[in-house]
Design a protein around this ligand. Structure first.
Ligand code: HEM
Length: 466
């Protein structure tokens, strides 16, 4: 592919499409990963046309970096994506473009540096400790719905880090609201002719209810904080306090009240389901790989000797960190749909892609490609993320082949937050419980906005003897 010259989008391989691509759209809605997986055998740059829209899938890490990093200034997020998500997330950093995005990103980065994020570790550990205390109640062992557990934990983590307050009894309703909103957003994204929101269809009513619930929840916290602003006692070191105090280095301006609200909403959404999903797959992988589980637990026991984990402990937990990385390789929470639209023509791998082309990035396929992962690509092997020990042959991971947090200037803003949160929760889980599968069947991954196990995930947990 890289040897080609003077080719255009029309020359790229692609499956023929019928009926303007409408059947493909319907198939995507049913199973997006199956559709994009069928593109992969055709090459590393593969075209598809839907309703007159030109799309290209990129399956080679080097070509991917050429587009997402080198040509970042020629990209905007897929126009329809922001349109759908803007409804949920307002004008937050996730959906804005151009100068507004640059300003927001520049300001928000200050709240998400590794040093800043380390300051939230105690709030994270508090949330997880409280959430895990209720698991199994007084029983020694039993089946636990892990999706509900991790949704609750990560929701409470984001609530405490944002507002310094546990989410309390609102959790289940709020978690459900986020789920409903994400699922309907995804369905709408694939279906360009969405029906107006006021139509009394069941999905729409659920969506309106979910939206109201989340808006009410966030609104009440923010109003309370504004009311106590200036109160010397109220200088809480949480994310909301940080957002309200942020100043643009260039202009000394603060975020507007609407922007503060929108960024809270996006942290709630982007920062909850993604981490919960990663932990979910991680827990299942450890349940079915007892030797890796035992090794991770031994590491935790040795490093912490029974006390709770903190940000400084991450360096002493390399194997635990590797199990989380490997879980996100096999089951990237954002498995697909990192889509961009070209604002001008660019040339990639000798192929000219015209302005308006949609570029589609699929971590799911990059993470499982035997060319970049020659050592049993479908096997759970956390060791691939450890430094090589003497005499060991390890395959270097090509840049751009492992992208659970995306790549280029729009890489995940909450990456350090997520890694810290997941490692703390994982350590606390292993300190308390042994994990085993509840049934013989492996859960089937299904794309909602994140990659969820179809029908949920139950595991058998046994309390460890003190
Ligand atoms: C395991 C957990 C997480 C994963 C796998 C994840 C993944 C991603 C990915 C792949 C992107 C890039 C999307 C694109 O390029 O189109 C992204 C962007 C983003 N993430 Fe995360 N994320 C996680 C956790 C978080 C957390 C905890 C927060 C905040 C508290 C967060 C906030 C954001 C924001 C604001 C963006 C948009 C950045 C921009 O457009 O400039 N994420 N995330």
């Amino acid at each position: 592919m890289r040897g080609m010259t003077n080719l255009t989008w029309n020359d790229l391989p692609g499956h023929p499409t019928r009926w303007w691509g409408i059947p493909v759209l319907a198939a995507m809605r049913r199973d997006y990963l199956a559709v994009v997986s069928a593109q992969r055998p055709l090459g590393d740059l593969v075209r598809q046309q839907i309703l007159g829209e030109r799309a290209v899938d990129i399956f080679d890490p080097e070509l991917l970096r050429a587009v997402m990093v080198d040509h970042a200034d020629a990209l905007v997020r897929w126009a329809r994506g922001p349109e759908v998500f803007a409804e949920l997330m307002g004008q937050s950093v996730l959906v804005t473009e151009g100068a507004t995005w640059q300003r927001q990103r520049r300001m928000l980065m200050q709240a998400f540096t590794p040093r800043r994020v380390a300051g939230y570790a105690a709030l994270m550990t508090e949330a997880a400790t409280a959430g895990l205390a209720g698991v199994l109640n007084d029983q020694g062992s039993g089946e636990v719905a892990m999706d509900a557990l991790f949704s609750h934990l990560t929701m409470d983590v984001i609530s405490r880090t944002l507002f310094s307050t546990p989410i309390g009894s609102d959790t289940a309703a709020a978690a459900h609201a986020v789920q409903v909103l994400s699922e309907t957003a995804l369905a709408e994204m694939f279906w360009p002719f969405t029906l107006p929101d006021w139509l009394p269809l069941p999905g729409k009513a659920a969506k309106r209810r979910a939206g109201r619930l989340l808006h009410g929840l966030l609104g009440s916290h923010i109003d309370a904080r504004r009311a106590s602003a200036g109160d010397a006692a109220d200088t809480r070191p949480d994310l909301l306090g940080m957002l309200m105090a942020l100043r643009d280095e260039a202009t000394d301006e603060a975020l507007s009240p609407q922007e503060v609200y929108d960024q809270c909403m996006v942290s709630f959404q982007a920062g909850h389901e993604t981490s919960a999903t990663a932990l979910l797959w991680w827990s299942w992988l450890l349940a079915v790989h007892p030797e890796a589980q035992a090794r991770a637990r031994a590491e935790v026991d040795a490093a912490l000797a029974g006390r709770g984990p903190g940000a400084d402990d991450l360096a002493a937990l390399p194997f635990l960190g590797a199990t989380l990385k490997e879980a996100m390789r096999l089951y990237p929470p954002v498995a697909a749909l990192l889509t961009r639209r070209l604002t001008r023509e660019i040339t990639v791998g000798g192929v000219r892609l015209p302005a308006r082309t949609l570029v589609r990035v699929t971590p799911w396929l990059l993470h499982r490609d035997p060319r970049w992962w020659p050592d049993e690509p479908l096997a759970f092997k956390p060791e691939r993320f450890l430094p090589a020990s003497a005499g060991q042959v390890v395959h270097e991971i090509p840049r751009g082949a492992y992208i659970p947090f995306g790549l280029g200037p729009r890489v995940c803003l909450g990456q350090h937050f997520a890694v810290l949160e997941m490692t703390l929760i994982a350590a606390l889980v292993l300190q308390r419980f042994e994990l085993a599968p509840a049934g013989a069947e492996a859960p089937r991954p299904r794309m909602a906005v994140t990659l969820r196990p179809e029908g949920g995930l139950r595991l058998r947990l046994s309390r460890r003897l003190k």
